[in-house]
Ligand binder design. Sequence first.
Ligand code: MCN
Length: 777
Amino acid sequence: MTDDAPADPPDRGTEDSGDLVGEGVARREDAALLTGAATFTDDIDATDLAYLTFARSDEAHAEIESVDATAAESMDGVLAVYTWEDVAASAVPGVLPISTHGLDCDPPGHPVLARDRVRYQGQPVAAVVAEDRYRARDAADAVEIDYDPLPAVVDQRDAQEADAPTVYDDAPDNVAVTSELGDADAADEAVAAADHVVEVDLTNNRLIPNALEPRAAVARWDAGDERLTVELTSQSPHGHRGKLSTTLGLPESDIRVVAPSVGGGFGHKGHHHPGEAAAAFAAMDLDRPVKWTATRGENYLAGAHGRDHRTRAELAVDDDGRIRGLRVETDANVGGYGLGGSLSMPGWYGSLLSSQYDIPAIHCETRAVFTNTTPIHSYRGAGRPEAGYVIERLVGAAARELDFDPVELRRENQISEFPHETAVGATYDSGDYELGLDEALDAAGWDDLRERPERDDGGRYLGVGLACYVESTGGGHESGVVRVHPDGTVTVYAGTHSHGQGHGTTYAQIVADELGVDYDAIDVNEGDSDATPTGTGTFGSRSTITGGNAVAESAHVVREKARKLAANLLDAPQDAVEYDDGEFAAPDGETCTFADVAEAAYGWGVPEDMDPGLEATTFFEQEETAYTFGTHAVAVAVDPETGTVDIERYVALDDCGERVNPTIVEGQVEGGVAQGIGQARYEGAVYAADGTLETDSMLDYAVPRSFHVPDIQTEATVTPSPTNDLGVKGIGEAGTIAAPPAVVNAVCDALEPLGISHVDMPLTEERVWTAIRDAEG
Ligand code: MCN
């Protein structure tokens, strides 16, 4: 904070607070996005701009015998062809940073260009730079790469077999790390003692993130200042600056990262990619600006995937419906390389396994397993959808096996006192889980849905499904600056970066309320590492909690300084000055506006014991996690002739504490549910045994279209979080957590008359049809 800021975070109270927080203010960013006025990375032009593209590996696992760039180099318009030898001959380390802390092995990071071996199909082997992107593409095709193919492994359970190919010699069993959470003995005892043990063996399908805008970067090297500027598709500009610093061997002070408008990220633009580093390497080497834009196909092959868990789990339940324990064993595919912290990420997922339930004993063992597939990183939800799926499928299966009402089984076990510490170490801050369940059921017309016949008049099987969830949100620190200009207008800077979430609107609402100034006088800036104090970025549904509280605290500090300045202008004691709606008033009736005070702050109206200026910087640290929760209810009809699943009703009840902007919250829920339905019904990466990605385009990998997504009725309860002054929790990922188990539970309920208890995601027509045919014998 600035010198004027108090050492301890201020108690902001509610005095003078405005009324924009809580309103569904229309998103101010949409006009530019919808009319094409916004600038995305690929829109950026520059004098002498050159274009980079990769020659990528056709093989999933092979030694590289040779790379011959002679033909490519001689092609018209080609400026350079780089291989690992060029990187090695330079001062650039050329390896993307990887966190190996706590691993059972010490694998190298992902090299920007393949060193001697490729470990997944699509790994960049050579980078070609040319005068235009088409010549670059042609030249990349002309790079001749000789491989000595090695056997490949794509499935994480197969990879642990004794005769499986080894991805890294350092990890002979292909296991990067085995993580444990909870108490193994207690879970074993619960399973041994319970009246029933319900088992599931589930696949959480591998997903391929499909943001509208693929990854892209434009790098410029200023040889005079010896400074690199990289404009790129980033969720975390300072995070990218740090990673580029490690990969390129440049100090962070010599790198500026700017993320312009970003067309969706879904977690996929939070981590570092060879493309950004290669563009920077080439820009420095050629002393020309260099652009790299991934094609949709490259995004499929090598843009990092999400999920891909295989899980066996047992739920110990007594006759009365009380859950006694949970035992989970998960094999998580991490692909051919670690990226950042991706190898330890699967180990975190167990901390959400207790969900809304009071489960006294839980044990979860997770193995992060290397395979010859595209690296896995976070994808919207990142661990929470995987955990939510396991526990909600188990509860659904238990209700059926014990012949228990699925609502009552959930109600029987729901946590009702807060804070609540789970058996896997999470401390839930606040909630009213039963209220959420009841409101969701009411909104869905659950009792009527339950009374529907097994089949409708057309012979379709009818079913209903529920998913209750808990989502950990926020974490870490975030920066927020509130700068008042001499004319009383305001610029807010935050270390987060919106890529569809509407921070420009949200932060302006918060600051307008805190400062008591006009919403339209507040401009919000994110995405420039030179302009903003070091921030953490946007992921983990953290921005409203961390960025929102950071800008709120800064606004509060500014307002209190403005009050002191106003007291000086009005010649009144500070305590006696009232502030309302942009106007300070002294007891004698004299007034001055916020703009008068701003002008005085930069002019001659500053008392001797104060510094000039009117701005504050806050690094807000979120010390405790805020846990969002909710219940989603779904009704489906399944056509036995075609395997088609119709989602006839979808109700999403979510509680993210106080809502800054309920309309944006609804949009976030709907977007997440659409992606969750995508996972449940359509999406799934498929690899051939040799490591070829068979679903390498939108022709083979079905992203849901608008007509695949039903009307989603969004409902809310509001349980403020005690972890932060705004009382908020995150919402950006909730839909992806609740939708998959709610839909699968509904389909399993529909198919119960046929004796079908489980169908793996995605519930494609073919898969559902086959399950029905098999059941009918
Ligand atoms: N909000 C609110 N009140 C709350 C919580 C949130 O009003 N209590 C609103 C705010 O308007 C805020 C938005 O919801 O701008 C999202 O806030 P938050 O839950 O804090 O999430 P983040 O801004 O940190 O966004 C991250 C989250 C994640 S992790 C993914 S992945 C994701 C997502 O948001 N990717 C998205 N939503 C996305 N939406 C779009 N359009 N595109 C993506 O790539």
